[in-house]
Ligand binder design. Structure first.
Ligand code: ATP
Ligand code: MG
Length: 310
């Protein structure tokens, strides 16, 4: 086990930012911490790393208790903070070299590691640039390179893709998977459910500092009653038809708004077929019809009653 967090409690005055948060991260995982803005992701990361004092709870990393002075543990961790933290008076190369130098003294080895990190995040053509000259996406990539150049066993990234262009986003996500394939365990926080679905092997959804569900994306989707969402584009649906639709087996909800009929069905086979039969029987005119499987937003919505997105 790489990380074990038990009953973590963190208060900011009256505000309970972490409410008995517990979870474990296993060797080789890409563990996702998914939650809306203000749910406590950064606070959790800072407490785990002993960068912030907490009120209660236990944190173990690599099987040892984590403390502010546990430098032997810290040197095996790569941290990529939510707010970019690089030196403006140093170039791309010098920045990475500086951060890598905090852990690696050997100059020759460090040169290799810095070059590797530069290639890894795709900043080869920008080695001599100062951070101010980099676009937002490239600056994020530099921030990541500074955190991972020393090849840590555990990499923690706090929303590394906020406000980056699609190309950098792709590069960053691919890079994280590559680091994982090379052996690193990863903790990744985000409020983008698509990203978390794409790269995380296990996900903990948090809200108001509390874990509301943990599992693989399929396990999370299996926890809720929603099985699929069927949308029918139609110019006209009568209230009577809507009511008869709601009486069909498995139908949990049926709403007609903006010329779209949206039917939420429970788990089960043939939901779409039942809707199609109904449409034919009632002679409803329609345009497109499509069915969507639940998303992590649906999981969040069903458990908390709110949207994951703001
Ligand atoms: N230093 C602080 N003092 C007081 N309250 C704080 C402090 N830092 C965070 N908070 C509050 O604690 C809660 C959790 O904040 P945190 O930054 O951990 O959330 P987050 O999930 O990382 O959000 P985001 O997605 O915006 O980064 C929020 O309500 C926030 O306003
Ligand atoms: Mg945060």
């Amino acid at each position: 086990m790489i990380v074990r967090v038990k009953n973590l409690v963190k208060r900011y005055g009256e505000l309970l930012a972490l409410d008995h948060l517990s979870f474990t991260v296993n060797d080789g995982e890409v563990f996702g911490l998914l939650g809306p803005n203000g749910s406590g992701k950064t606070t959790a990361i800072n407490c785990i790393l002993s960068l912030l004092e907490y009120d209660k709870g236990e944190v173990e990393i690599f099987g040892r208790p984590m403390r502010p002075d546990a430098y032997d543990i810290k040197r095996e961790i790569g941290i990529v903070m939510q707010n970019v933290a690089v030196y403006n008076e140093l170039t791309v190369y010098e920045n990475i070299d500086y951060f890598c130098g905090l852990y690696v003294e050997d100059k020759k080895l460090r040169k290799r590691l810095v070059e590797e990190a530069i290639n890894f995040v795709g900043l080869k053509d920008f080695k001599g640039y100062y951070p101010k000259k980099l676009s937002g996406g490239l600056l994020r990539r530099l921030n990541i390179a500074c955190g991972i150049a020393h090849k840590p066993k555990l990499i923690i990234l706090d929303e590394p893709t906020v406000a980056v262009d699609p190309q950098s986003r792709y590069k960053i996500l691919e890079g994280i998977l590559e680091l994982n394939r090379l052996g690193a365990t990863v903790i990744y926080t985000s409020h983008y459910m698509e990203e978390v679905e794409q790269i995380c092997s296990r996900i903990m959804i948090i809200d108001k500092g509390r874990a509301i569900a943990t599992g693989t994306k399929d396990e999370l989707k299996a926890m809720i009653t929603l099985g699929e969402k069927i949308t029918v584009e139609s110019q006209h649906i009568t209230p009577g038809q809507l009511n008869r639709l709601r009486a069909l087996p498995h139908v949990m909800e049926a709403e007609y708004k903006n010329k779209q009929l949206v039917i939420k069905s429970g788990k089960g086979a043939n939901n779409l077929e039942a809707v199609l039969d109904f449409i034919k029987k009632e002679k409803i005119q329609y345009g497109k019809i499509y069915s969507e499987l639940p998303t992590l937003n649906d999981v969040f919505l069903e458990i908390t009653g709110k949207q994951l997105r703001d």
